[in-house]
Ligand binder design. Sequence first.
Ligand code: NAD
Length: 337
Amino acid sequence: MPTVVTLIPGDGIGPDITEATVRVLEASGADIEWDRQEAGSAAVPTHGDPMPDETLASIGRTRVALKGPLETPVGEGFRSVNVALRKSFDLYANVRPAHVMMLGGKFDKVDIVLVRENTEGLYIGIEHYVRIGDDPRAAAESLAVITRFGSQRVIRYAFEYAVAHGRKKVTLVHKANILKFSQGLFLDVGREIAKEYAGRVEFEEQIVDAMAMKLVLYPERFDVLVTTNLFGDILSDLISGLVGGLGLAPGANIGASAAIFEAVHGTAPDIAGKGVANPGALILAACLMLDHLGDTARAGRIRAALEATIRERKSVTRDLGGTASTREFADAIIARL
Ligand code: NAD
């Protein structure tokens, strides 16, 4: 029986890189039936809504989606569909691996997976101004809410990820020396959960500012990282910078009832429609999806074919220093598969 997966091609370069990714998965023999749905700008003319009910219902049914990038209008227009999806399916863990594929950069050995708490902390959006005298905006307050429940599920996810992928160490990144209550709770929960994995997964604590420096100085010392929402937002971009930027950065959004896999980059309006976008990040996101579905061997084969194609540098897109089109890059990966 094939696994049914919701496929959202998305906006801008989305349809091109999605088509390339689907071809690579098919060539790998993955037994997937795609339930194609629309969202974002592409859905507005057909459904009058950037987040159609059919798309939400499909993800509710399949519980797994592969998604191209979606445009978010700046200032006016509809609100971010990505944020709406995160909220609708309570996607609490954002998983961002950073692995060196192109040698010859600053680092040759980075292989980090960052697990970011995705629903709490400073991003809950509870903020207000404080009036003093006749200044209505004399001060501003933003609440950072950390719960035991939210901390437990994301930290446990990080440890389970480490076990499932044969990884050795989980580093919890925090600022509990200053934010003794909110960050202190996250750290305490981490210490408790770490005891359950003693002997199987090493546990380490790092204060976020020192961590930023260590990631730049010796990233090879780190394995799985788990942290709260804001620190995760910043450090996940930092680690993608260590391995060459957005073109090869995949992300997974994991919830209790659904998981959505996507590239970290956006719709790249400057190159949309030109057929030159790098499909690598979405292909790697599809590999995370196969891992999630338990098909880790196939995910490994696709990653190896992508990595070999990139290291050969003959059939890569121009952002990686080549001249190939999206389609030609995918063809080269398929030939290796
Ligand atoms: P972007 O990631 O789309 O583009 C930044 C730069 O990287 C551009 O120069 C682009 O050409 C390049 N780039 C990105 N992906 C590439 C690829 N696969 N191959 C080659 N080059 C690539 O960021 P942006 O311009 O800030 O955002 C454009 C739109 O995308 C906005 O509407 C934004 O809201 C949206 N966005 C969506 C998501 C998502 O759906 N998850 C994520 C980020 C941005």
